[in-house]
Design a protein around this ligand. Structure first.
Ligand SMILES: [Zn+2]
Length: 148
């Protein structure tokens, strides 16, 4: 697992062969630069080309979320870089971002502008949280020194 940052990826993309499960013919796959996926299963057995996914995954963060009467830890704001070299969707054939809002609820296929929009929206929400935090601190102070 990697901490995603803005350092350039200096490793040349890997190329490897696999047997196309649809045609039965050998094909060459070229990984996304910096891909951390273990493609050994893709190489060892016939693989549907669209099942080949390249990824660089960031560290997980969990927060307690109440969905059914008690708090459970859910992953929130997960992010990874992905590329599906043989996807039917052209936007997925190039490196793109995937953001997990909360456990298994993903925003997929984010190009740089799309990811910038997500970041901007979340920055606005963080600012709203900061304002709410300041208001909460003030209200609790009025309510009796923050003690309930
Ligand atoms: Zn790969």
């Amino acid at each position: 697992m990697t901490v995603l940052d803005d350092r350039p990826i200096l490793v040349a993309p890997r190329q490897w062969a696999f047997v196309d499960k649809v045609t039965g013919k050998a094909r060459i796959a070229t990984c996304m630069p910096g891909c951390e996926a273990n493609h050994s299963m893709d190489m060892e057995q016939p693989t549907h080309p669209e099942d080949i996914w390249c990824e660089i995954v960031g560290a997980d963060v969990h927060m307690p979320v109440n969905t059914n009467g008690y708090a459970e830890d859910f992953r929130v704001l997960g992010v990874k870089l992905s590329m599906i070299p043989f996807s039917r969707i052209p936007a997925e054939r190039v490196p793109h971002a995937v953001v997990e809002v909360v456990d298994d609820h993903w925003m997929e296929g984010l190009d740089p502008d799309g990811l910038a929009t997500v970041i901007s929206t979340l920055e606005q929400r963080v600012q709203a949280l900061r304002s709410t935090h300041a208001r909460l601190v003030a209200i609790r102070a009025q309510h009796g020194g923050g003690l309930i």
